[in-house]
Each structure stands twice: as C-alpha cells, then as structure tokens.
Design a binder for this molecule. Sequence first.
Ligand code: BG6
Ligand code: MG
Length: 220
Amino acid sequence: MNNMKKGFIFDLDGVIVDTAKYHFLAWKKLANSLGIDFTKEENEQLKGVSRVRSLQKILTWGNKSLSSEEFTDLMAKKNDDYLGYIDKMDASEVLPDVHRVLNYLKQKHQPIALGSASKNAKPILQKVNLLSDFDAIVDGNDVSRAKPDPEVFVTAANLLKIEPKECIVFEDSVAGVEAANVAGMVSIGIGSETVLGHADHVFQDFTQISEEFLNQLINN
Ligand code: BG6
Ligand code: MG
C-alpha cells in the first residue's frame, strides 16, 4: 500500500492564502467609484468566481451597465489595485499548517498540483515562496471554462498523470467543491460545513487535518 499515488489538487485563494481580503479591497474601490455599495457578504459570493464574472455580478447588484471598453478598462484597474496588495505578500501569509500538509504529502511521494481560477496564481505562489512545491500548476490562464466546470481540476489530473477518481481536491468555494464532485474527485471543503456541506469532507482549516486522515486518503 505504501507506493500508492493519488493526485492532490489545491485551490489557491482561500485555501493556501487568504487573498479574499485583497480582492475585497480592490472590488470595493471599483464598485464605490461607480456609486455601487459593496459589502463583505457580496464579496463572499465572489469566492471562486472568475474576474469577468465577478465584475458582471457587481454591475448587476448595482444595476449598472458599461460599454465593453469601460468593462475592460475597469477589469484592468481592479487587477492593478489587487497586484499592489499581492506585491507586499510574503511567506508569512501562507495559511496555518499548509506547509505541514504539503511537506507530509511530499514526504509520502504524492503528486501535488494547483487548480486555481486566478490569472495571478503564479506571482502569488512566487511571493509566498511555494512556486516550486507544485508538480503542476493550472490557473485561470490555462482554462476556458470557470468552476463549477471541472476543466481546471481535470487538466491538473492530466498533468499529474493521475486518474480523476484518484484525485483529492482542497477547495474553499461552493463552485470549486461542485467542480471537484463533477470531476469524480474526492472533495475536501476548507471552511464552514454550512457553506460546503456538499463536499465529501469539511475542515475549518488545515490545522484540523491529521496525518492519519492524509494516510487514509493516500491508501483508500
Ligand atoms: C479565485 C478567487 O481563486 O480567482 C476569485 O476566489 C477571483 O475571487 C478569481 O476573482 C480570479 O482571480 P484573478 O486573480 O485572476 O483576478
Ligand atoms: Mg478559493
């Protein structure tokens, strides 16, 4: 049983780092500049949602429409703001026990991938010094269909050369858990049971994930 290989796929935002707070600041600035109110509750609904879709949702909430040039321009502005926050990130922003779990899986020779909707995934991983920890990285630049479409995770599984049903996905978003389920992967929700009840397992954060549990995932 010891040489069993599973594919461990990690979402980035909200799983490895808490970037939702930076997305919030950047979206809020943009929304307010359009005279639209933007709350933390609304920000919750943008978790796992692509940049384009996020702006569409904000415009719908604020009952605004934009020309396609304005839309493109605002997306670029939002991303510039967001990158300003990312630029200040360092390894201290990696969420608790993420290093422990990654290191344990590595020690067990398990293939590890990133499966993120973000087009900024690589610069973020670089900032927090995790870029070389992944055997494969699939991000928003590599896929055309957003979560809950399973494309991002299926592509990651292909790169790892592991069957989807032998993959395990760590996700904090409703759409991401759904994507993992549709792909036939084991879904592990990181966050609250109330929000992520459709995941196969839910943990508040990585501190709750024991080595015994990781061994079960590897050996089952
Ligand atoms: C997801 C985030 O991981 O990536 C979303 O949860 C974000 O909030 C999406 O909108 C796209 O990210 P980016 O970095 O390409 O704007
Ligand atoms: Mg996420």
